[in-house]
Ligand binder design. Structure first.
Ligand SMILES: Nc1nc2c(c(=O)[nH]1)N(C=O)[C@@H](CNc1ccc(C(=O)N[C@@H](CCC(=O)O)C(=O)O)cc1)CN2
Ligand SMILES: Nc1nc2c(ncn2[C@@H]2O[C@H](COP(=O)(O)OP(=O)(O)OP(=O)(O)O)[C@@H](O)[C@H]2O)c(=O)[nH]1
Ligand SMILES: [Mg+2]
Length: 463
């Protein structure tokens, strides 16, 4: 057993962010049987304050040997099992920045704790039965959420809205298994099995699994979001588009072609989906060394993006330069953004002869903040958010859960095939057990250490 699964040692870590921005308060969290001892060694609470569970004490953290003052702080005590890990937990609420928390953590380590691995507090919460795996994954998703909708979906997981139906489906499978096994063991004493009843019960379970699987695309979009690259010739208004879209002055805009040299990025939310927008250097042949590198980066950004916004200047029409860029990006999900629409007669661009097979076209006047709504609508059409939302559930499964659900469904289909072929009852149980195993992996009733390792190492230290 790896050290991660031995819960005998007391663990400690900084629970709050250390980089890049300093918070005004920083927390050092300690969990395990030595937590109270460590708190008493390091923390001095003046006056008559009681060291009881779920109390906050005020006082001073001092070096245990030299008595040198380290911080003026608050101490939160949570006695087992009324804590996040169900172990004794203490939290030092220190001044923010890095010095106080780092010194307090160091003192905890010198007093007998070891540094927690990423996700180890939550792992202990799982091992002690406080959370199941889907709830633990919900916590990681919540911490990483980049849109309110992503946070809402993560909270649903944290609340057990996924664990509940999965447990129910597994219990249904176990009931069917018990029915079959009873016939194997006591065949003569029981009425014979009705195949039709079993088949319809299995069909119902498979249908529920299918419904859950339909939330996968939404989960993927909310968790990873979209990467969108704005590309085009110099001076067509790419940076203006980024600024209009993000309602900021994020990128430098001038009337000089070749203004943007490096990739400029901005985080947005479109229809609940976190979107990372990349403004890039205008693509053209150039002998300028710096610009050349910028152009190379633009090409790379375009090929790494989920969606490319090929931006052109309406007043210039479809130029040879636009065509060359189009050839490089035409096989990618693409929107043609016809910008500077304010400069053409009656706002139309019918004279533009862009390729007829471009399906998504949006007209904008970025410098006037016009066309952004249409752009967002077009993006949501491309990612088919409508379809995603139609799976009307506030929960959304992740890839690991989808893989296990798919496995469970395949196993159930095999049970049905076995019944159809009228094979002996023993055979029915084999695949049914497969489905039970797969469903158990999702919540963590049946799970290997390597799977746990993979899930919890995604967390940050202190979580
Ligand atoms: N300071 C601080 N804030 C935090 C956390 C934390 O650990 N420390 N959390 C953690 O990441 C989250 C809150 N989650 C928590 C969940 C359960 C318990 C807990 O002690 N539960 C016990 C007892 C409840 C009671 O009866 O008083 C239990 O369920 O047994 C604590 C925090 C977010 N905010
Ligand atoms: N009339 C009009 N001018 C615009 C519009 N969008 C951008 N411009 C102007 O076009 C010029 C170039 O804009 P940028 O946003 O810097 O263009 P860019 O594509 O980022 O250019 P590079 O970084 O050089 O590739 C600036 O003078 C903008 O004010 C628009 O919709 N209408
Ligand atoms: Mg630019």
């Amino acid at each position: 057993m790896s050290e991660l699964f031995a819960t005998t040692r007391t663990i400690a870590a900084i629970a709050t962010a250390v980089v890049p921005q300093q918070g005004s308060v920083g927390i050092v969290r300690v969990s395990g049987s030595q937590a109270m001892d460590i708190a008493q060694t390091l923390f001095h609470a003046p006056g008559r304050q009681v060291w009881e569970s779920h109390r906050i004490l005020y006082g001073y953290i001092r070096h245990p040997q030299t008595q040198q003052l380290v911080d003026e702080a608050l101490l939160l005590l949570m006695k087992a099992p009324r804590s996040y890990t169900r172990e004794d937990v203490v939290e030092f609420h220190c001044h923010g920045g890095i010095m106080a928390v780092q010194q307090v953590l160091q003192l905890c380590l010198e007093s007998g704790a070891r540094l927690a691995q990423p996700g180890e507090f939550t792992l202990r919460a799982f091992l002690s039965g406080r959370l199941d795996l889907t709830q633990a994954e919900g916590i990681a998703d919540l911490v990483g959420a980049r849109s309110p909708q992503a946070a809402q979906t993560a909270l649903a997981g944290l609340q057990g809205k996924l664990a509940h139906p999965i447990r129910q489906l597994r219990a249904n499978c176990l009931d069917i298994l018990a029915e079959i096994e009873a016939r194997i063991d006591f065949e003569e004493d029981l009425p014979p099995l009705d195949d039709k009843v079993i088949i319809s019960a299995i069909e119902n379970i498979a249908a529920e699994i299918t419904k859950l699987l339909e939330t996968k695309d939404k989960g993927e979009l909310l968790r990873t979001g979209l990467k969108v690259a704005i590309v085009g010739r110099p001076n067509v208004g790419k940076s203006s588009l980024l600024n209009a879209w993000s309602r900021s002055d994020r990128a430098i805009v001038t009337d000089l072609p070749g203004t943007t040299r490096d990739v400029v990025e901005s985080q947005l939310v479109v229809g609940g989906i976190p979107v990372q927008v990349l403004d890039t250097a205008g693509i053209r042949e150039t002998i300028d060394q710096v610009e050349k590198i910028g152009v190379e980066r633009s090409r790379r950004a375009a090929s790494a993006a989920d969606l490319v916004l090929l931006t052109i200047d309406a007043s210039a029409g479809w130029t040879e330069g636009d065509r060359e860029i189009y050839e490089q990006v035409q096989h990618r999900p693409l929107i043609l953004v016809i910008n500077k629409i304010d400069l053409v007669e009656n706002g139309s661009s019918k004279s533009l002869e862009y390729p007829g097979n471009i399906n998504h076209i949006v007209h904008t006047a970025a410098a006037q903040n016009q066309g952004i709504d249409d752009l967002e609508k077009s993006i949501l059409e491309i990612v088919q958010l409508g379809k995603v939302q139609a799976a009307d559930m506030d929960l959304a499964i992740n890839q690991r859960q989808a893989a296990a659900l798919t496995q469970a469904k395949i196993s159930l289909e095999q049970v049905q095939a076995t019944i159809d072929q009228q094979l002996p009852l023993d055979f029915w149980t084999i695949d049914l057990r497969g489905a039970i195993q797969a469903l158990g992996e999702i919540t963590g009733e049946e799970v290997t250490e390597s799977v746990l390792d993979r899930i919890f190492s995604r967390f940050c230290i202190g979580k």
